[in-house]
Ligand binder design. Structure first.
Ligand code: SF4
Ligand code: SF4
Length: 400
């Protein structure tokens, strides 16, 4: 039976494959598809669901209202696949090389390669197809990647892929936290793996390094204080209280992962990283704020095409670029900001005005007028800021 790689099936009613053999086949096919970690959890309420519900009830999800509608689905994976009994958890590493742009600008590492949603889904679907070729198809499966309301970190931890660190990330002791997760929900009753022991110990590096103090307590994030929230999830103007805190981050933030000792080792070799998850270009690894500000609509479209950067509307991305330029403290940022001051959307013009105020560009601001009420208000405030005696910007944090 096993030598043929296929299990006997009743012609009238195919029976599901042997659970141990099925788990082994899935494990082998996951490895063949390029996943570096594999584990199995039971398809039941995820262990940390109560924490998630409390987090929502406390409003720690900031403006991410869509999460409220997912609470009940996330409590039971069987709503995603009726009859589900197991969650096969998979992980693939993304590029770990610490590229640092000259001007400090930053795209979160996971966004530098091709958009992982499609690639990971295709990889996980390939695992299912290959496993069905060996096991028969008398079993149901549904592939999930992070847009599905499944508590993937909780299941990954339950499946022994790692533990959830104080930074809220899943940490694999071997590969660190620069991992993308995918799951195969299945009605196969597979043998569950054991969780690994939490190993943060007395370390608090991530909590101490967070530029915005976003952790309410270890592992508990207040999204409304997180740079990733303001630069990716938030639409509309960024409140003044958060603009300076965003620093050079254009899309997301990796600080609480960069400082983690489990990410400072050798990391995955380039052979372990799927080519699609490596940076698409030098520009994706080392963004240049001035070049970004001067991009036309087509160039910007090309930059974000087929990457996770698409999650942010292009005018919001330029909003972030304007804020990051204002945070450089460098007068060379003034010309690209003048270009953004002429942008067609008020959102971009208003943030460019703020940034020019931060850089003390009073002459530019005095010469500029606008009819949009938001931009007019930003110009007025920016002129006031520009006229205020300046103190030098603080040095970049030590991790950069
Ligand atoms: S992503 Fe950045 S801002 Fe958000 S919690 Fe981590 S270090 Fe803090
Ligand atoms: S930096 Fe330290 S405390 Fe934070 S997740 Fe890593 S090991 Fe845990």
């Amino acid at each position: 039976m096993l030598a043929s790689g296929r299990l006997p099936q009743d012609d009238a009613s195919p029976s599901p494959p042997d659970r141990l053999f099925a788990a082994q086949v899935l494990r082998e096919e996951a490895k063949r598809a390029g996943f570096v970690r594999f584990g199995i959890a039971r398809a039941e309420e995820p262990p940390r669901h109560a924490l998630f519900a409390d987090w929502l009830a406390a409003g720690r999800h900031a403006g991410m209202r869509y999460l409220e509608g997912t609470r009940d689905v996330r409590s039971d994976p069987r709503t995603l696949l009726p009859g589900a009994r197991s969650v096969v958890c998979l992980a693939a590493p993304y590029a770990a090389t610490p590229w640092i742009a000259e001007d400090g600008s930053h795209f979160a590492r996971y966004s530098r390669g091709s958009d992982y949603h499609g690639g990971l889904r295709a990889q996980a679907l390939a695992v299912v197809a290959a496993a069905r070729a060996r096991l028969g198809d008398a079993w149901g499966a549904r592939v999930c990647v992070d847009s599905t309301p499944l508590a993937e970190r909780s299941f990954a931890a339950a499946a022994g892929l790692g533990w959830i660190g104080k930074n809220g990330c899943l940490i694999d002791p071997e590969h660190g936290s620069y991992l993308l997760l995918a799951e195969i929900l299945t009605d196969l009753n597979l043998p569950a793996d054991a969780p690994v022991a939490e190993a943060c110990g007395t370390c608090t590096r991530c909590l101490d390094a967070c530029p915005t103090g976003a952790f309410v307590e270890p592992g508990l994030l207040d999204a409304g204080r997180c740079i990733a929230y303001w630069t990716i999830e938030h639409r509309g103007p960024i409140p003044d209280a958060w603009k300076a805190a965003i620093g050079p981050h254009v899309f997301g933030c990796d600080v609480c992962q960069e400082v983690c000792p489990f990410n400072t080792g050798a990391g995955p070799t380039s052979d372990e990283i799927d080519p699609l998850l490596r940076p698409r270009s030098v520009e994706h690894a080392l963004p240049d704020l001035a070049a970004l500000a001067n991009k036309g609509a087509n160039q910007l479209r090309q930059l974000v095409k087929r990457t996770a950067l698409r999650r942010v509307p292009r005018d919001a991305l330029l909003r972030n670029v304007a804020v990051a330029l204002g945070n450089t403290g460098d007068p060379r940022a003034i010309p690209p900001l003048v270009a953004l001051l002429g942008h067609r959307t008020a959102l971009v013009r208003g943030h460019a005005a703020w940034a020019l105020g931060e850089l003390g560009a009073g002459d530019v601001l005095a010469a500029h007028s606008d009819r949009d009420p938001f931009v007019v208000a930003e110009l007025t405030e920016a002129r006031r800021t520009a006229a205020t005696p300046r103190t030098p910007p603080p040095p970049r944090s030590a991790h950069r």
